[in-house]
Write a protein that binds this ligand. Sequence first.
Ligand SMILES: C[S@@+](CC[C@H](N)C(=O)[O-])C[C@H]1O[C@@H](n2cnc3c(N)ncnc32)[C@H](O)[C@@H]1O
Length: 394
Amino acid sequence: MHSNPKLFQTLAEIIESRPERRITFAEYMDLALYHEPYGYYASEWSKIGGAGDFITSPHLSCDFGETLAVQFVEMWEILGRPSPFHLVEMGAGQGLICGDVLQYLRENHRDCLEVLDYAIVEKSPAMRGFQQGRLNPLAAKMGVKLRWCTWEEVGEESIIGCLFSNELVDAFPVHQVVFEGGQLREIYVTVDGEGFAEVSGDLSTEAIADYFDRLGIDWSESHYPEGYRTEVNLAAVDWIDGVAAKLHCGYVLTVDYGYPASRYYAPARDRGTLQCYYRHNYHDNPYLYVGQQDITAHVDFTTLEQRGQARGLETLGRTQQGLFLMALGWGDRLAALSRGENLDISTVLQRREVLHRAIDPLGLGGFGVLVQCKGLDANRRQQSLRGLKTPPML
Ligand SMILES: C[S@@+](CC[C@H](N)C(=O)[O-])C[C@H]1O[C@@H](n2cnc3c(N)ncnc32)[C@H](O)[C@@H]1O
């Protein structure tokens, strides 16, 4: 499979139309992923899952969404059982988490389901269409309030509940920077013969220098090697600003792969974290399979926390997905499997593998889970969430 020729052509024309015949890497990544109608996410819904390019936790089994639901119910209770209780899911992919949360609530917490107002914010038209086809019949059957809206339509101070995402922030377009000749420069994309090529230039925006200033990284006196390269996710900064503004009272739950800034920007990590996924293989060349492969970068959790704090979001805790799931009863799911009640051996083995994959510290289990809150009085803030507690031993 090669690049999507229409997307390739469109990108080349955009680049040629610019005064310096170049665009930032962030703009390139944004177009490659989200250009309508040819971008990777915009054009097809079937990119995630076994038959797609990569797997996310909800694609392993319904356990992930159900376990998130356990946490949402506790949040609802701590918040004093508000009605309506808002769940805002951003970047819902194929809508699996939503379906699993609704099913779990119907079977276990009808009181919470009755007051639930579930909103999905999804950028990709193809994903949105697929989500609606899958979830609207379910919501109608259950009589649940489920709606789709744009980020702009979510009002300031409007959310009482939880805004959550799984593998959203890693899908935001990132700027790429390189340490050259003793200063920080930016990577731009230009057209060169039959393909794209990179050139370096001055930073396209002061926001990049501000980003590193906030982290206390001083490039002029740095110990970074010549050619050191990394990413800056300015979209994540805008996003967390928006999240803080839209949340009135409740929680922000962010699950993604990433590091604290001290690890992210460690001098030894000199090639950055950019990764491309194509049919369950990964590599680091974003100019291959244009429009046919996913492009991602790890998340700098320190910036989400720091910036969130500056905008009124208090960090309640950061843990790993494996520990988070275990604290919320994953061990019981594994134990139930060992008892093997009413299950044949191949089902038991398959389920066991799936459950282990989601908590494997070298894989999905090593993802970060960040929980922030806003508008909680001291009493509510002190009620620690189950997912952030030390999990019981297996
Ligand atoms: C890696 S997928 C994860 C999907 C899903 N959460 C899961 O766990 O399978 C990223 C999703 O975020 C969506 N997305 C990316 N940027 C977005 C934005 N700014 N607003 C809403 N959705 C966005 C993509 O279209 C895609 O559905």
